[in-house]
Design a binder for this molecule. Structure first.
Ligand SMILES: Cc1cc2nc3c(=O)[nH]c(=O)nc-3n(C[C@H](O)[C@H](O)[C@H](O)COP(=O)(O)O)c2cc1C
Length: 350
């Protein structure tokens, strides 16, 4: 199964399944002499981990990162860094039904058609469990970016149709939805509780902002910064759309409305979202991701078995009502990984 590596200089290779031994990632290309301690992973891993908020999956994982290589006496050595996160709270029994039936909206059908054999327990490789490895790699990327002053912040802009209107970045970590608008966060939690009662699920929109990115990151024509960011964000399960800057709204504007005026003091607006011609322009990079409602719902659904015979499916197992809050730290990590890779690439050409 190819497709588990990402990045050119700062290159990650992820592995593991939901109900196997664990998940992990090898980070290659990290410069030497960067401080990296086991406790550096704690905050970001805690923000993503299952069971972190009451309307998420009740699966309880410590999500402790074991550093197996590449760090000596608290400093990176330049060798590949192997990060491993053990699976501890595994309950495979509710997934036995997936030996024969495909879950609508999940990857079971396509994995079966492609590979003919796959670990279906808890979703196997297609499970969101793999995103723990991305978050761990994102912590290393943040360390690489530290001297550059680049800051990446993600938050829930919209959940279940409720949109944030206020933007207090200090409020993000003070509510379960990671929303910068405390009043909207309350409405989002209400929408999640209602969806839970209905046996249903909700989607939403996450915004990621990159502050302090210097001009000049991005490699035209195939490794444009916006192209790599879109791939990184879209590679996260349940993400179904990515916008940079004005995004789809730009399609409805005239050139005179969409162009950002250039002044001696910088850009007069930021509809470009901080990227022109695939290269960062020094302005804030703004990315939006559309997240679908999680496919595992308690309602009965139509499906087929492996022989193509019609069947009804009512799912057990432990699930989020919405993946949106848990994807917030995952997108922060993915964006840090892309920016760190391009930062190191830019340094090699001075
Ligand atoms: C952090 C995170 C948590 C998720 N939690 C769940 C969940 O509890 N239940 C579920 O059905 N899907 C969940 N998903 C989404 C599925 O993994 C995803 O929809 C599925 O693998 C199909 O892939 P696709 O939606 O990208 O096509 C989650 C995704 C992420 C990234």
């Amino acid at each position: 199964m190819a497709g588990n590596s990402f990045g050119k200089i700062f290159r990650i290779t992820a592995f593991g399944e939901s109900h196997g031994m664990g998940v992990g990632v090898i980070v290659d290309g990290c410069p030497p002499r960067i401080n990296l301690l086991p406790q550096d992973f704690e905050r970001d891993m805690a923000r993503r981990k299952p069971g972190a908020y009451h309307l998420g999956t009740p699966r309880k994982e410590a999500d402790q990162v074991e550093v197996l290589s590449g760090v000596f006496e608290g400093l990176t050595t330049g060798a590949p860094i192997t990060l491993f996160i053990r699976n501890r709270d595994v309950q495979s029994q509710p997934y036995e039904v997936l030996r024969s039936l495909f879950r609508p909206g999940h990857a079971d059908y396509t994995y079966f058609k492609k590979y003919g054999h796959f670990d279906f327990r808890g979703g196997g490789r297609s499970s969101a469990r793999e995103t723990a490895a991305r978050v761990a790699a994102g912590v290393v990327a943040a360390k690489v970016l530290e001297p550059s002053g680049v800051e990446v912040t993600a938050y829930t802009l919209e959940l279940g149709g409720v949109r944030a209107k206020a933007f207090d970045l200090h409020a993000i970590d003070k509510n379960a939805c990671y929303c910068p608008d405390p009043a909207a966060a309350k409405q989002m939690e209400l929408a999640l509780s209602r969806a839970k009662e209905d046996g249903d699920s909700l989607g939403g929109v996450i915004e990621v902002r990159v502050k302090g990115c210097p001009p000049g990151l991005g490699e035209p024509v195939f490794d444009k910064l916006d192209g790599d960011l879109a791939k990184a964000v879209m590679s996260v399960g349940a993400v179904k759309g990515v916008e940079i800057g004005a995004g789809f709204e730009a399609a409805r504007l005239k050139g005179s409305e969409n162009n950002d005026p250039i002044t001696p003091h910088g850009f007069g607006s930021n509809r470009a979202g901080g990227i022109l011609g695939g290269i960062s322009n020094g302005d804030e990079i703004v990315i939006k991701a559309a997240v679908k409602p999680v496919p595992s719902i308690k309602k009965e659904q139509d499906t087929v078995d492996r022989q193509g015979q019609p069947a009804k499916l009512k799912l057990g197992g432990r699930h989020d009502i919405s993946a949106v809050p848990r994807i917030v730290p995952v997108l922060e990590a993915m964006v840090r990984i892309v920016v760190a890779d391009h930062y190191l690439r830019a340094k090699t050409i001075g």
